[in-house]
Write a protein that binds this ligand. Sequence first.
Ligand SMILES: Cc1cc2nc3c(=O)[nH]c(=O)nc-3n(C[C@H](O)[C@H](O)[C@H](O)COP(=O)(O)OP(=O)(O)OC[C@H]3O[C@@H](n4cnc5c(N)ncnc54)[C@H](O)[C@@H]3O)c2cc1C
Length: 282
Amino acid sequence: MLKKDLSWHFPGSPEEAAALVRGNKGYQYHAGGTGILRNKSSAAAGFVDLSQTCLEGVHFSQEKIEIGSMTNFTDTAGGESPSSSCPMALISRAAGTAASTPLRHRITVGGSIADSPPWSDLTAVLTAAEAEVFIISRDGKEQALPFIDYYHQKKDLRESLITKITLPKEKGNVYCYKRFTRVVMDYQLFSLALIGTKKQNKINDISCSATGGKKVFISLDEVRDFLTGKDIDPDMLKTAAEKVPFDFSDSPGFSAEYKFHLFKTLLKDGLFEFAGIGEEDI
Ligand SMILES: Cc1cc2nc3c(=O)[nH]c(=O)nc-3n(C[C@H](O)[C@H](O)[C@H](O)COP(=O)(O)OP(=O)(O)OC[C@H]3O[C@@H](n4cnc5c(N)ncnc54)[C@H](O)[C@@H]3O)c2cc1C
């Protein structure tokens, strides 16, 4: 339960926000507030609201795309000219399909990365797109680290302020994002992000990342290695989808075996979409 006598702060810069959290035990950042309201942690002594820190927006430079940590999912989904960049289109797709319209107006990129619940729609796409996370760390200095490193160290980085993420602008020419839910508004059971380069009828390279396994990430290295450099044909894609290791656990409503089967079906559909093969081509 949240304490009743919480103090609230509205700093005007990222540096001020980071210093407030560093200097006060139990202070937490407040972005969209959707995770904070779910957890209602009694350990929170105060909130440092990030709405005045000017960390919103999607910016395109020559080589990179920058997404400010306070950009909400609605604005991320509407990110400028996504068709010009596969990584941006992939992240836009994931942000635009998460949760519900009112929640997408609240959930921020930074809050989603710091919170990283197992059902996060950003975890798989930021891994596949090779995103970098920029933080103001405990010593007050700016630091950049690959998303996957941030993800594995996030408990130790709790006081750090995420300021933005960057994505490479030129990565791949084809992408696919898929998620599995029982009903649209449910938390997703799996998410799947594919990004790569397809030339004529060949897959030159492919990055595959998926969540929903025993350890959140599902290992798809064998799928990637099998597909790289191969000519596209439906049987080859079906064989690739079988190369998922069995690493699932039982959860309410789903046995581990059933999840394994569901995930392989989702992956097969994703690979067909990635390869541009429709029902009529099979
Ligand atoms: C009903 C419901 C359904 C949902 N469904 C989905 C879904 O389908 N897909 C999905 O991806 N998400 C979904 N979410 C959102 C997800 O569960 C989290 O609530 C959300 O990611 C938190 O983001 P926020 O901006 O609201 O962060 P907040 O709640 O403000 O903060 C969450 C945590 O992150 C920290 N934090 C916030 N911003 C920063 C920052 N810039 N730097 C460092 N730390 C920071 C806070 O201190 C806090 O500990 C859903 C949420 C709800 C309530």
